[in-house]
Design a protein around this ligand. Structure first.
Ligand SMILES: [Zn+2]
Length: 425
């Protein structure tokens, strides 16, 4: 197998000699797999060779490895249109590795499995008020859901290659939840609390568990599930708190410490209402779920996040004046904050997610109104404002998608593990 990895095919003559065989094989595997993943229709081996500059012999050998490793499959043959045998197109395999997506939120737990093609193969949401529950107990319940998901994946011939857990708070690089105010968590060492639970199979290059802010993972989910062409966008998750995920050129921008996206604490009225953060006039105090519920006359209703949004949408659809006014005010405040972000980052798309997704018909007009008068470039290039493609609960799906994306980016780790026959099918 090693003989097929030819240096001159993917590197310049000046650097070719320095490239080791192993790293060249790794590079070729990733180049071919990414080509297949990004294609609009299943490409043939010849088309991949033409598009990558690799020889057909090299592409064929790489593809053989990817097929044996359950990362690629041959699509159904194209209809015969003339003489000769039609070339078989190549697609990502739906029976190999998969990602495990998990979420702990204020009033529910979720677990889902996403395969390499991005298809959701298992998704369970368990309602529970987790505010009075200790972090250890909440994570023990989550581990039980994860074990069920792992069994469901195995029944479908899938192998879980890594897990991502979404939490509504600030998470540091080691997976420590520094602060999740609405859950009442502070300095919770999530990886340590889940250390006794084997969630996935070990795969080189894929962390067994990544803990991440929920808006960030939801943004990743939107990147893979949303309309193509949105490589840079702002994803806003509207719950009791308001978080945002920033995607730039197809990658999540996490910030220096992973704490980017705290849009809820951008001031929209500098001398305005006091906020839990210690500041005044933060967006959260004008467009957060509790504020909107109170303005709509539903204060103290203690509604779970999705029920609250559904209730507000029902009232708005019925023309309730207080609800319509509350959503208009929230949308205006949201538009003011988002305009600042769009001016700064030159984004062309804003995605309304979390509890904002079902309220998009009423939030969108005031947001668009603010953007059109506050964004300098709006006259030439209007900003698209749309609801999240995955709806209100996309963080777990986004987390699972981020796991399979790591395998597409670096397939050699999975192939090495599969070659050792340590991974069940
Ligand atoms: Zn604040």
């Amino acid at each position: 197998m090693a003989a097929v990895w030819q240096c001159q095919e993917v590197t310049s003559p000046s650097t070719a000699g320095a490239v080791r065989q192993g790293s060249l094989r790794e590079l070729n595997l990733a180049v071919v797999l990414r080509r297949i993943a990004a294609a609009d229709r299943p490409p043939s081996r010849a088309e991949i060779a033409a598009g990558t500059g690799l020889t057909r012999a090299t592409v064929s050998a790489v593809v053989d490895d990817l097929i044996v490793g359950r990362l690629v499959a041959e699509a159904d043959p194209a209809p015969r249109t003339g003489a000769g045998r039609p070339a078989r197109g190549l697609v990502l395999a739906g029976d190999g590795p998969a990602g495990l997506g998990l979420e702990v939120n204020v009033d529910y737990l979720a677990a889902c499995v996403v395969d390499l093609t991005g298809t959701v193969r298992h998704h369970v949401v368990r309602r529970a008020d987790l505010r009075p529950v200790s972090p250890a107990d909440a994570l023990a319940r989550l581990a039980a859901l994860a074990a069920d998901a792992r069994a469901a994946a195995a029944r479908q011939g899938l192998t879980l290659a890594g897990a991502a857990l979404a939490v509504p708070g600030l998470v540091d690089a080691g997976g420590m939840v520094r602060l999740a105010p609405n859950l009442g968590w502070r300095d919770v060492d999530v990886p340590a609390l889940l250390a006794g639970d084997r969630l996935t199979e070990p795969v080189d290059g894929v962390p067994p568990l990544v803990v991440e802010n929920e808006a960030n993972l939801a943004a990743v989910g939107e990147l893979h599930a949303g309309p193509s062409g949105s490589a840079s966008f702002l994803y806003i998750s509207g719950e009791i708190g308001i978080g945002a995920g920033i995607v730039l050129d197809g990658r999540l921008y996490r910030g220096t410490r992973g704490w980017s996206g705290e849009i809820g604490h951008i001031p929209v009225h500098p001398e305005g209402r006091p906020c839990r953060c210690g500041g005044r006039g933060c967006l959260e105090r004008y467009a957060g779920q509790e504020v909107v519920l109170a303005a709509a006359g539903l204060a103290g209703a203690e509604l779970p996040a999705d029920t609250a949004a559904t209730r507000l949408a029902d009232l708005a659809r019925a023309g309730d004046p207080a609800t319509l006014a509350a959503l208009a005010d929230a949308g205006t405040a949201l538009g003011v904050a988002v305009a600042g972000v769009v001016n700064l980052l030159d984004l062309d798309t804003v995605v309304l997610g979390g509890g904002y997704a079902p309220l998009a018909p009423w939030l969108r007009p005031p947001v668009v109104g603010e953007l059109s008068c506050r964004v300098l470039t709006a006259a030439w290039s209007p900003v698209t404002v749309r609801p999240a493609a995955l709806g209100a609960r996309s963080a777990a799906v986004g987390g699972a998608a981020s796991v399979v994306r790591r395998i597409v980016d670096r397939p050699v780790g999975w192939l090495a593990a599969a070659a050792e026959a340590s991974l069940p099918r």
